[in-house]
Design a protein around this ligand. Structure first.
Ligand SMILES: O=c1ccn([C@@H]2O[C@H](COP(=O)(O)OP(=O)(O)O[C@H]3O[C@H](CO)[C@@H](O)[C@H](O)[C@H]3O)[C@@H](O)[C@H]2O)c(=O)[nH]1
Ligand SMILES: [Mn+2]
Length: 956
């Protein structure tokens, strides 16, 4: 039997059990002699006890191990207020557990009350439809529209009932895993980043540090960072971070740190003395680490702000000619773990795939495929974890938990991938933007976990390399019985067609497929694989291969995660949901209206791209091995964007009904109200109970509900439009990266009202605004004639319509408030401009006046007008304006100097001003470009380097 594992490779902390296994201690704490099993650290003063004890230092894991057949006893175990155990003596250990005990347990979460409630709601939905059909003839178009919308809602509810019928969760036993496997399997970790501005490198650094410090044998981990922007700053930041990693990792293991992303760990001003024995040594080390981290942060920030311009020589020379859209493949080994005992830092490899402007890159899916190939050549671990650059590891034992699920099923087919929930830190209270997705993950993912398994959500997922390589579970079974030499020869052609021409890659794939993976000499000589790994990162590598179709991440959708997960399910694999405590990964949720709308638009588009392709779940269900109920669950997701249309329609109906005096709801006196009213109440009670069940507040439910109405008129609706445009062949969809910011604390001091809804000038906000306006008018009209509607036996709209319209308006309240604030701001802006305080308005308004009166006819006129403007500015100028003005005027002159080379046919070739004079339109354009007047909330007034290019372009 394999020994139990103890954690912490230091000899200086008092003996204690690690947090990850604390649950096994709980009910045994009252006895003066207790049984403890799990991970232990050993203090120097206890070292002598260890010598004669069953504890020994592990060579493979690097920690303290205990022979599980023996036990010793201690007294004086104390439990601190926070539930931690301390002892001054040696540990008393555990009961031996037979090796046959399962590594994981599937627990049903089904609730009869919820089932009955959800069926009652379904019954009420059908009753309402029946009622509508019966009285369809007597009513107008509103009735028909209401019927169509409600049919849609009924359909979605039916899917919901099916998806949530038997929710499950998994309990994992990492301690048993450690007993069973002396040699744990290797894991390749992928982190993706795409833009150093939208995704600050310090975020990526934190994520990487948290992953390198995971409680898993460091020689079994390799971390690959994909940088789609080929940014020297990102590379530099990672190179610097490895210096910190050498201190941070031993520190975390020594003190059993739980949050291993330094920015969050050090967000407190004092060390947490309750979670660690506050020995002076600990406090000292804490302070030292904090200073080291701050030094790193400073270096990274300075590089970002270019205070220390990076010298693009040496290691950085590769980046000197690289732009994010055009550069060769860059693969750099930042750190190779050569199994040096002191430096237990896993491999860290930087990858920036080749980019060419003419070549499609498939966004994140393309990046993931390159990572899969590069890691295939370098380390070829049978499992791969992928996280987005903002998703740091929050549970140091997460790999052990995931391995319980990957290795603990009888057959590999039961766990193609292990998905962890995608949760966020520092989220705003009560989720004002409805984008923390807690309930979605708390209910729906547990629901599908009870069918074929959770879908892949793009981050926090452990993949089985075999399933990513496009193998079906049957192929895997077959692979086990094949002689490797024979197979390699037979399959060479097939392997090339599938994986591409790299011999190294096909060789590593063969090893993987035919189960020769457990390479004993891991880690490899990474340097020796550099050439091959750079080659597989080239953008032409995928030509005539199955990458992006049958192998790797699937191309063709902005939600590559859903599409890829679905392909895996359609191959017959099942998947597992992993929800240990503490939460495995945490990332940052976007805030502010416009950013969320753009994200939701991308999701809606991506999901519809799947629906309107030959890879849609219905086809996968008929032709592939996607289970019927799983297909429904996928449909529910795919339709999320499209659902915005009936939802929008249903939100307009009350207003339309009031304005045209045609009913869309039954009268209060009619029996059908006995269906509509309970349906409305029960539905909301059901959803509310899900929020309460996830530990959220009623406010959070309310915010999510109304945000889903708001996104139906903005992001999701525009996602539908984007797909229509794509299907019409007019444009391709793009992946707009969500901006991320590091926010370690809950205090949003900078912004007194961070949850407020903000707008920009995007057309995305037009439908919502129109909806609000129409409802206000309709409600006003409805209320004016309210008395007559209620008391007289009126056949038109009535009380229920008024209530529905009010409901819509109340739901849009944050939106209305945002609009109001925007209007006020706009008004103030106009006032400010009217009093000529804005330097830009001077020229622009003058030029506009001139256009109106068509007075620009001569060079002298225009020159005079510019001179006037300059005088005007001088009179106004503050220091900043004066400086910017000077730059702008220089830019005008520069634009002018461009002209002699490309003179317009009729223009005298000597100055830009002359040409402007001859072309009032160009003059206006330059005026507007130089002095932009359309200032929205997020735009800086001056865009300094824009002018020369634009001006010269327009002048041509
Ligand atoms: O060309 C690209 C675009 C994006 N990314 C990376 O993809 C990840 C996700 O991008 P993000 O802008 O954060 O998208 P989100 O909407 O927040 O992401 C969710 O939705 C995506 C699908 O739309 C999934 O891929 C993500 O994993 C999931 O977190 C980030 O690490 C990016 O750096 C790239 O590597 N290359
Ligand atoms: Mn993200």
């Amino acid at each position: 039997m394999l020994p139990n594992r103890a954690s912490a490779n230091s000899l200086s902390a008092p003996i204690r059990s690690s947090g990850g296994f604390r649950d096994s201690l709980d009910d045994k704490s009252k006895a003066s002699v207790v049984q403890i099993k799990g991970m232990f650290s050993v203090t120097s003063e206890n070292l002598d006890h260890v010598k004669g004890s069953p504890l020994r230092k592990s060579t493979s894991v690097g920690d303290w191990l205990l022979d599980s057949k023996q036990a010793s006893t201690i007294t004086a175990v104390t439990k601190s207020q926070k539930g931690r155990y301390h002892t001054s003596g040696l540990i008393l250990v555990f009961m031996a557990e037979p090796i046959s005990l399962p590594l994981q347990e599937r627990i049903s979460l089904k609730s009869n009350t919820r089932r009955v409630l959800s069926l009652t709601i379904l019954f009420l939905f059908f009753s309402l439809l029946y009622f509508r059909i019966c009285s369809l003839k007597e009513h107008g178009v509103t009735w028909l529209l209401a019927f169509l919308c409600e049919s849609w809602f009924t359909f979605l509810w039916a899917i919901n009932v099916s998806s949530n019928w038997n929710p499950v969760e998994y309990k994992t036993y990492p301690d048993r895993l450690l007993k069973r496997f002396q040699d744990l399997p290797p894991l390749d970790i992928f982190v993706t980043t795409a833009d150093p501005v939208l995704e600050p490198p310090i975020l990526t650094v934190n994520t990487v540090l948290s992953l390198l410090a995971l409680d898993y044998p460091p020689n079994k981990l390799a971390c690959y960072v994909s940088d789609d922007s080929a940014s020297p700053i990102t590379f530099y930041s990672l190179s610097e971070s490895i210096k910190l990693a050498k201190l941070w990792i031993p520190y975390c293991k020594k003190y059993n740190v739980q949050v291993r992303a330094p920015f969050l760990y050090f967000s407190v001003h004092e060390p947490d003395s309750t979670s660690h024995p506050s020995s002076p040594e600990f406090v000292e080390e804490w302070k030292h680490m904090k200073t080291e981290y701050e030094t790193l942060t400073k270096k990274v920030e300075e590089a970002v702000q270019n205070f220390t311009p990076l010298d693009l020589t040496g290691e950085l020379a590769t980046f000197s000619n690289a732009t994010s859209e055009n550069h060769p493949s860059i693969v750099k080994i930042i750190w190779e773990n050569k199994e040096d005992f002191e430096d237990r830092v896993p491999h860290l490899i930087y990858v920036s795939r080749e980019k060419q402007p003419t070549h499609p890159h498939h966004f994140k899916a393309g990046a993931m495929n390159v990572l899969t190939r590069v890691s295939g050549v370098m380390t070829n671990a049978p499992f791969m974890l992928n996280v987005d650059c903002d998703m740091f590891a929050n549970n140091p034992n997460i790999v052990l938990h995931a391995m319980c699920l990957l290795l603990g099923h009888e057959k590999e087919r039961d766990s193609a991938f292990v998905q962890c929930p995608q949760l966020f830190y520092g989220g705003l209270k009560d989720d004002p933007f409805g984008n923390q997705m807690v309930v979605w993950q708390g209910y729906l993912l547990h629901g599908v976990a009870g069918i074929q398994g959770p879908n892949y959500t793009g981050t926090g997922c452990f993949h089985r390399r075999k399933s990513i390589y496009g193998l079906s579970p049957d192929d895997v079974e077959l692979g086990k019985n094949v002689n490797l030499d024979v197979a390699a020869k037979l399959d060479e052609e097939t392997l090339r067609a599938r994986f591409g021409y790299s011999m190294e890659l096909t060789k590593s794939a063969t090893q993987l497929i035919y189960e020769e993976t457990a390479k004993s000499d891991f880690p490899d000589d990474l340097l020796g694989t550099l050439e091959a790994s750079t080659e597989v990162a080239n953008c032409s590598y995928e030509f005539n291969t199955q990458w992006g179709t049958k192998v790797g991440w699937v191309y063709g959708s902005a939600t590559e995660d859903i599409l890829t997960g679905q392909r895996i399910h359609a191959m017959g694999w099942s998947t597992v949901y992993c929800t240990p405590d503490p939460v495995p990964f945490l990332g940052c949720a976007p805030s502010a209206g416009p950013v969320i709308m753009v994200q939701q638009k991308r999701w809606a588009t991506g999901l519809l791209e799947i629906l309107f392709s030959k890879r849609n779940p219905i086809v996968a269900c008929i032709l592939g091995d996607l289970w019927f109920r799983q297909c429904f669950a996928y449909l529910w997701m795919n339709l999320w964007g499209l659902a915005s249309i009936p939802e929008l329609c249903y939100s307009i109906l009350p207003a339309y009904s009031l304005l045209t005096d045609t009913p869309f709801m039954p009268k209060v006196s009619e029996t059908a109200t006995l269906v509509a009213a309970p349906l409305f109440i029960l539905y909301n009670v059901y959803v509310m109970s899900e929020f309460l069940g996830c530990g959220l507040s009623i406010n959070a439910w309310w915010n999510n509900r109304r945000m889903s109405m708001i996104t139906a008129t903005t992001g999701r609706l525009f996602g539908v439009l984007a797909i229509v445009i794509k299907l019409a062949g007019l444009s391709e969809t793009v992946f707009e990266v969500t901006p991320k910011e590091q926010n370690a604390t809950d205090d949003h001091n900078v912004d007194p009202d961070p949850g407020r809804f903000t707008f920009n000038d995007s057309p995305m906000f037009v439908p919502g605004t129109a909806l609000v306006m129409v409802n206000i008018v309709a409600l006003a009209m409805g209320l004016v004639s309210f008395k007559s509607l209620v008391w007289i036996n009126h056949s038109g709209s009535g009380l229920l319509e008024i209530m529905c319209s009010t409901w819509v308006l109340v739901s849009f309240l944050p939106y209305v408030k945002g609009l109001y604030r925007k209007a006020i701001k706009h008004h103030k802006e106009l006032q400010r401009r009217a009093s000529s305080q804005d330097y830009g308005v001077g020229v622009t308004s003058q030029l506009e006046c001139q256009r109106e009166s068509d007075r620009i006819a001569t060079k002298a006129d225009l020159e005079q007008s510019l001179k006037d403007a300059v005088e005007h500015f001088k009179a106004l100028a503050t220091k900043k304006i004066a400086r910017e003005l000077k730059q702008q005027l220089e830019a005008i002159t520069a634009a002018g100097r461009l002209l002699p080379d490309q003179p317009p046919a009729t223009a005298p070739p000597d100055s830009a001003v002359t040409s402007l004079a001859l072309d009032p339109e160009a003059a206006i354009h330059v005026g507007v470009s130089v002095f932009p007047i359309d200032v929205d909330e997020t735009t800086e007034v001056v865009e300094e380097d824009r002018l020369p290019v634009e001006a010269s372009k327009d002048l041509k």
